[in-house]
Design a protein. Structure first.
Length: 174
C-alpha cells in the first residue's frame, strides 16, 4: 500500500481523502462492528480490511476515484468511508456512491453531507451523466441518504447474493 493521502473533497464539516496504511486500525474497527456491518454478508477481519485498502488504491490508479476516508475537518478524526466506485449491476458498469459511518456518528448528517460532496465531484469533476447507490431494502437509514441525494428507486436487483434497490439520479438536473 502507498501512503498517499490526497485530499479529494472538502465539505463544510468533512474531509474526504485517499486511504493510507495508517488508516487500517480505524477501518478494521469500522468493518468489524456488527451494527455498522448489519447489511453486509459478514464482518471483516483486519486482514480483509487491509486488502480492502489495497483494492481502493487500485481503484484510485485505474479509475481516478474510489472509496475515501471521511474525517472531521476540525479534528482530523476519521468517522467513515464514502466515495465513488464502479459496480457491475445487471451486466452494466455503474458509478456507485457508497457510504459507511461509524456508529457514534450516526444521525448527525455526516453520511449525507459526504455523499453530496461525492455527487458534486461526480458531476463537476468527472462529468458523469448519472450515479447510483445500491441499498438493501431493509436498510432504511441508507435509503434516506440516497433520497437526500435526489435519488429515486429505479429497480430491484440481485447484487453479491442479496436483493438490493438501485437508487439513481441523473446529474446536472438539479
Amino acid at each position: 500500500m502507498t501512503n498517499s493521502m490526497a485530499t479529494i473533497i472538502t465539505t463544510e464539516r468533512l474531509t474526504l481523502r485517499e486511504f493510507a496504511d495508517e488508516d487500517l486500525d480505524f477501518l478494521a474497527a469500522l468493518m468489524s462492528d456488527p451494527e455498522v456491518m448489519r447489511y453486509y454478508p459478514k464482518l471483516a477481519t483486519r486482514d480483509e480490511a487491509a486488502t480492502w485498502i489495497r483494492f481502493q488504491h487500485e481503484r484510485y490508479a485505474r479509475d481516478g476515484h474510489g472509496i475515501w476516508l471521511t474525517s472531521l475537518r476540525a479534528t482530523g478524526e476519521p468517522i467513515g468511508r464514502v466515495g465513488l466506485a464502479l459496480q457491475e449491476v445487471d451486466g452494466v458498469w455503474e458509478p456507485e456512491i457508497g457510504y459507511m459511518t461509524a456508529r457514534v456518528y450516526w444521525r448527525l448528517g455526516y453520511a449525507a453531507e459526504a455523499a453530496l460532496g461525492v455527487k458534486r465531484f461526480a458531476a463537476e469533476e468527472l462529468r458523469l451523466a448519472r450515479v447510483i447507490s445500491l441499498v438493501r431494502p431493509e436498510n432504511i437509514p441508507s435509503r434516506g441518504v440516497a433520497a437526500k441525494l435526489g435519488m429515486r428507486v429505479e429497480k430491484e436487483t440481485q447484487f453479491k447474493g442479496f436483493l438490493h434497490l438501485v437508487h439513481a439520479v441523473v446529474l446536472g438536473t438539479d
